[in-house]
Write a protein that binds this ligand. Structure first.
Ligand SMILES: *[C@@H]1O[C@H](CO)[C@@H](O)[C@H](O)[C@H]1NC(C)=O
Ligand SMILES: *[C@@H]1O[C@H](CO)[C@@H](O)[C@H](O)[C@H]1NC(C)=O
Ligand SMILES: *[C@@H]1O[C@H](CO)[C@@H](O)[C@H](O)[C@H]1NC(C)=O
Ligand SMILES: *[C@@H]1O[C@H](CO)[C@@H](O)[C@H](O)[C@H]1NC(C)=O
Ligand SMILES: *[C@@H]1O[C@H](CO)[C@@H](O)[C@H](O)[C@H]1NC(C)=O
Ligand SMILES: *[C@@H]1O[C@H](CO)[C@@H](O)[C@H](O)[C@H]1NC(C)=O
Ligand SMILES: *[C@@H]1O[C@H](CO)[C@@H](O)[C@H](O)[C@H]1NC(C)=O
Length: 612
């Protein structure tokens, strides 16, 4: 940087004869931001609709400084060709289209000073070979080691402007290559395409969290910065909408940039699948009901805005019959009222649940009964007018509510002597402000038919759908740690729910309690850490030993992740004379293409011994 400091020392308004690396600098923001520069030499490596990418002919040895830069100018590239060496001037600008994004360094208002030569070799840098491999765990030095740490947004990249450490932090790595022409060898898709065709990939470099499908699963303090989006192709073609999670793609060459909140590769041309992940669909669950209290099966499924007229209702029914093998009791989330998103006073879901139950029977399953407590109109969030709520389906031949006594929308359930419930089913503290615009958990007490009166085969369930992550900032955004939308609400919701469970278990430490549903959070983030700590419940994934990489029910950005969980009381964990607890996530939705996806969540099934 000696030459740069000399130039700056002159306090000139125009800075001349800089290398691209000097313009880029070794931090996120350019030291020359806002200044005019002249006499910048580069070779054109790629052209886009709004500008060109220039690479320095005199690279430095500093891995932190990118040797390429974006030159923004709609008509600037018209008479120029990839391989031309040119000398340009212009203004160094830090650009972002949204205040929550990271800035992109670019040269704007470019003036072509000279074309030096044409036909220069333009070789992409092979990531992981000509460059280091991307870091696999952390995103930024500003995250304090945990991208999901609370509080969020303690600092911002645009303010702290840390010196890049591309060997350690993912954002620093991609920033240090921003503007470069790169090749990704043996790319594998780790997401479905977005509406715009954006698809996350990793290449033949070392990755962590790789699951059996080839995707990357987020684990504690490891949110996989080694994956990157492949965005809009430079040649105007469109990425396919059909790419699937785990697909092998043709080699990708393109330029690295930052846009819409993420580092991304703009490929020269559209990505192409060369081998689709197989089998196309997972096997059906192996967990079958024993038809007795020693092997009761529990399903859990976020059925994504299900209304009586939903086009996907018959497919949900066939998932329940074919892939979940008709569990004895099903925890449903996102059941809408009887006229779905029509925004009127209707709140009951009788018709929705009856229609689903009939569709299940028509698909060869049992005739389920159902129970719910209707929400207060427009108070539980979700799609406007839909009044989503949690509900239970159950096989009346095997299971029934113990002394049913339904609470109303606003009745707060209580644990009575027994333990038993004041309202069965009933909602947890529904008027507490923690549940503003969110679903209230539904507690129920059940008994296995044939064991009644004896206390054997009785159990409690809590069906949850905690507040959403809406309002989150990008994991590759300016705020560090990123804003985990709704985390404070979920913290309170977790505490209320856990304390309710604790009341049951304080009265009877051997009580059988199963809490399941869409917690909208990961087990390694504060709300769920609190949840298990207060309640004393066990994470069923850990109890049955599902590998951390295989714990996923949802795809978001470049990660497979687990929002849906089951937590069970100690009495349901294997012990002498008790059948082993079993649990599976059935990847019917994450594995298929966008068009074939029935819900945005995968369902899960457990088999538990609830005998006394
Ligand atoms: C940079 O150049 C533009 C003209 O291209 C001029 O308007 C502006 O004042 C210059 N800025 C500085 C800091 O010299
Ligand atoms: C432009 O840069 C070159 C070196 O890259 C230098 O020889 C030349 O003097 C510079 N010209 C001006 C006008 O600064
Ligand atoms: C280098 O330039 C690129 C392309 O304009 C930009 O995205 C990136 O932020 C710059 N890199 C650094 C380290 O400033
Ligand atoms: C491209 O070249 C043509 C012919 O030499 C010229 O008329 C035109 O202005 C040039 N366009 C740009 C954007 O430089
Ligand atoms: C993060 O905090 C800064 C400073 O208070 C604020 O300007 C910014 O909007 C916040 N970002 C997000 C995503 O909330
Ligand atoms: C909904 O069904 C329950 C029985 O499952 C019944 O008690 C209730 O009256 C029904 N509600 C409406 C509005 O039909
Ligand atoms: C269970 O209890 C109900 C009512 O208390 C009784 O009618 C029924 O016969 C009992 N069933 C069994 C299998 O004991």
């Amino acid at each position: 940087m000696a030459s740069l400091l000399r130039f700056l020392g002159l306090a000139a308004s125009v800075v001349s004869a800089l290398t691209i690396a000097e313009i880029n600098g070794s931090k996120f923001l350019s030291p020359l931001n806002g200044q005019n520069v002249t006499n910048v030499t580069g070779i054109i490596t790629a052209k886009g609709s709004d500008g060109i990418w220039l690479r320095s002919p005199t690279p430095d040895r500093d891995a932190r400084t990118s040797e390429s830069v974006y030159v923004f100018g709609r008509t600037f590239g018209a008479n120029l060709t990839v391989g031309d060496a040119i000398v340009v001037g212009g203004r160094v600008v830090e650009f972002r289209s949204n205040k929550d994004y990271i800035y992109l360094t670019e040269i704007s208002n470019p003036v072509l000073e000279r074309r030096v030569s044409s036909g220069n070799a333009v070789n992409p840098l092979v990531i992981g070979k000509d460059t280091a491999a991307p870091p696999t765990r952390e995103f930024s030095s500003l995250d304090g080691g945990d991208v999901f740490a609370v509080p969020n947004n303690v600092s911002q990249i645009s303010v702290a402007n840390p010196t890049l450490d591309p060997m350690k932090y993912g954002l620093d790595f991609w920033e240090s290559l921003s503007g470069e022409l790169v090749t990704v060898r043996k790319p594998k898709a780790v997401s479905k395409p977005s509406n715009f065709g954006d698809t996350w990939v990793y290449g033949d470099w070392k990755v962590t969290g790789r699951n059996g499908r080839g995707g990357l699963t987020m684990t504690d303090k490891d949110a996989n910065p080694e994956a990157i989006i492949v965005g809009n192709p430079l040649d105007g073609s469109k990425n396919p909408a059909t790419t699937k999670f785990g697909d092998d793609l043709e080699e990708i060459t393109g330029v690295i940039t930052y846009a819409f909140g993420f580092y991304r590769i703009l490929p020269r041309t559209a990505i192409k699948t060369i081998r689709s992940a197989t089998p196309a669909l997972p096997a059906s669950t192996k967990l079958l009901s024993s038809g007795k209290c020693d092997g009761v099966t529990f399903g859990a499924y976020n059925v994504e805005n299900l209304s009586p007229t939903s086009a996907h209702l018959p497919d949900i029914a066939s998932h329940i019959v074919e892939y979940l093998k008709s569990p004895d009791l099903i925890f449903l989330q996102e059941v809408q009222d009887d006229n779905g998103p029509t925004n009127d006073a209707v709140v009951t879901a009788n018709l929705t649940l009856t229609t689903l139950s009939n569709a299940i029977a028509a698909a060869g399953g049992p005739q389920y009964s159902f129970t719910e407590v209707v929400p207060v109109d427009d108070r539980d969030g979700g799609e406007p007018g839909g009044n989503i709520r949690v509900a239970y389906l159950y096989k009346p031949s095997l299971i029934r509510l113990f002394k049913p006594n339904s609470g109303s929308s606003v009745d707060a359930n209580e644990v009575l002597a027994g333990p038993s419930l004041k309202f069965n089913p009933g909602r947890i503290d529904p008027t507490n402000e923690a549940w503003t615009a969110s679903r209230k958990p539904l507690v129920a007490q059940w008994e296995v038919v044939g064991n009644n009166g004896t206390g054997a085969g009785q159990f409690f369930t809590v069906n949850v759908h905690f507040g959403s992550k809406g309002g989150s900032s990008s994991i590759q955004g300016d705020a560090r740690p990123p804003v985990n939308g709704g985390v404070d609400d979920r913290q309170q919701q977790a505490e209320l729910t856990a304390n309710f469970v604790k009341t049951i278990l304080t009265q009877d430490p051997t009580a059988r309690v199963i809490t399941a549903g869409d917690f909208n959070e990961f087990t390694f983030v504060a709300p769920l850490q609190q949840y298990v700590q207060i309640s004393g419940l066990k994470d069923l994934d850990a109890v049955v030993g599902i590998q951390p990489e295989e714990r996923y029910t949802y795809l978001f950005d470049g990660n497979a992740q687990q929002l849906d969980h089951m937590f069970v009381s100690e009495a349901l964990v294997a012990r002498r004379g008790k059948a082993k607890a079993l649990y599976e996530h059935v990847h019917v939705n994450t594995w298929v293409g966008r068009a074939a996806q029935i819900s945005d969540h995968d369902p899960s099934v457990a088999r538990l011994d609830v005998c006394g």
